[in-house]
Design a protein around this ligand. Structure first.
Ligand SMILES: [Ca+2]
Ligand SMILES: [Ca+2]
Ligand SMILES: [Ca+2]
Ligand SMILES: [Ca+2]
Length: 474
């Protein structure tokens, strides 16, 4: 390993320093020397559907214009219809289907009286995500016609369940919609606020909403809503939410959206890991996450969580109830400056004092990218070579990465390879196809996310050109 300052042991001994000085940890200049390589996984990429261009609500800032549409999630409606929805963070939820029919508007949050506000730069706000209750199409069931959306609202537009007095930027809200006709392609019906939390900073907010698709009806996990919440934002977790269980930030929470209790729009599942423990938010299912914007489940029940890192390390974690994934004491398998009394900056060799923290199952450093998006374990049928691979995004650069979920080491670090993408017979990098000028720095970015349909086929969702692409056999 190379260090920021090349100080040899001999030099230190030669200076006659006390033994305590030898114990001072030294920062790692290149925590992971090995770069991610393109492997032998090859997929074809075909344009699937294109969404309309939308404009930034705070359009005075020309620097925020480059994104064509801020597409982020593509998820199936669980009713056997083959319909798919795609959100544009700027406020529109679109509907299309697995045959690639022209997208139309399912709903437009900008026109609703819900306090919708997506004006906070840097663009992590707006209509952030959506999911459908597993009973969406089951007439007479409690979840019939219900879908859930997360969005950002002005802080004065409601009273938050948490951090109402620490909401200088905005509040993250989960809204429940009940469709009058779940088969309709344009929503009409009612809405109800489920959950709201204050956000002191514009970034690291709410992300994926999802029901475990493997939970059988009648089981304890059926109909429980999993939601990820970042550490609140700014940088370096200034509120120390990562290692606090008092408020459900820097966490994946698990709530019962149909079990509302007095004064709360939701219920607390009795089997949540911190229920009944003093000073702990009972919504928390797992903690110590910095910005776990995307998570998903394999068909065997394993949950894969992408956790976006700070200065150094991007992580994939396996979901476990009650786990603490280490932020801000750790980035990846390394100690952060906070664990060694140094504050923000480089990472350090692992200290021995934090053995209870849960390590990622895969990681890469910022030589290979800047932010991990989530993905899915491929269980479709169109691309046999991809079977059993957890396919995920390094999203700013638009690299599609994979680890072997069928031969996973749950207690170690698994190798990441880059998937080769073939467009119209030619291998190309996605940034050369769908890149757009980077708002945050030099060069182009892609803002790649991975979508899924009800057959388990995967899609590339990008912000630069309004296209969603489908992965196909090469
Ligand atoms: Ca490196
Ligand atoms: Ca408020
Ligand atoms: Ca925030
Ligand atoms: Ca971690």
């Amino acid at each position: 390993m190379r260090y920021v300052k090349e100080v040899s042991l001999t030099t230190i001994l030669g200076l006659g320093l006390a033994p305590a000085a030898l114990a001072q940890p030294r920062p790692l200049e290149d925590p992971i020397p090995e770069a991610i390589q393109k492997g032998d996984l090859v997929v074809g990429v075909e344009p699937f559907v294109r969404f309309p261009r939308t404009i930034e609500s705070n359009d005075e800032s020309a620097s925020t214009n480059p994104a064509y549409a801020r597409l982020q999630y593509l998820v199936p409606i669980p009713d056997g219809s083959g319909r798919l929805v795609v959100n544009d963070l700027r406020g529109v939820l679109y509907i299309t289907d697995e045959s690639g029919r022209a997208p139309t508007e399912f709903m437009d949050m900008r026109t609703m009286d819900i306090g919708f506000d997506d004006s906070m730069f840097p663009n992590e706000s707006g209509l952030v995500s959506v999911t459908f209750h597993p009973q969406f199409a089951e007439e007479g069931a409690p979840g019939y016609g219900k879908l859930y959306a997360a969005y950002s609202a002005g802080s004065a537009t409601g009273v938050a369940d948490y951090l109402d007095d620490d909401a200088e930027s905005h509040e993250s809200v989960i809204l429940e919609f009940t469709a009058t006709d779940p088969a309709a392609d344009e929503f009409s019906g009612t809405s109800r606020e489920v959950f709201r939390i204050g956000q002191f900073a514009p970034n690291h907010n709410i992300g994926t909403l999802a029901f475990n698709p493997n939970a059988a009806p009648g089981s304890a996990d059926f109909g429980m809503l999993y939601v990820c919440l970042g550490d609140g934002g700014a940088a370096h977790d200034p509120r120390d939410f990562g290692q606090s269980l008092e408020v459900p930030q820097a966490a994946i929470i698990r709530i019962d959206p149909l079990g509302g209790e007095a004064g709360r729009g939701y219920g607390i599942p009795s089997d949540n890991p911190f229920v009944g423990q003093a000073g702990m938010a009972p919504e928390i299912w797992a903690s110590g996450l910095r910005h776990p914007q995307h998570f998903s489940w394999d068909t065997d029940g394993k949950m894969f969580i992408g956790d976006i890192g700070q200065n150094q390390i991007e992580e994939i974690n396996l979901g476990r109830a009650g786990a603490n994934y280490g932020w801000r004491l750790r980035e990846g398998t390394f100690s952060s400056g906070y664990a060694v009394g140094r504050g923000p900056g480089p990472v350090y060799p692992r200290q021995e004092s934090d053995a209870d923290l849960v390590d990622p199952i895969a990681q890469y450093d910022h030589d290979d990218g800047a932010a991990v998006g989530g993905g899915y374990v491929y269980r479709g049928s169109a691309i046999p070579a991809l079977q059993g691979k957890f396919v995920f995004a390094e999203f700013p650069r638009g690299r599609l990465l994979a680890i072997d979920a069928d031969n996973l080491d749950p207690d170690g670090l698994n190798e990441i390879t880059e998937v080769r993408l073939v467009f119209d017979g030619q291998e190309r990098d996605l940034v050369d196809v769908a890149g757009f000028p980077n708002t945050y720095g030099p060069g182009n970015r892609v803002d790649l996310r991975v979508g899924i349909d009800s057959d388990g086929e995967l899609y590339l969702v990008t912000k630069g050109d309004g296209w969603v692409y489908k992965l196909v056999a090469p």
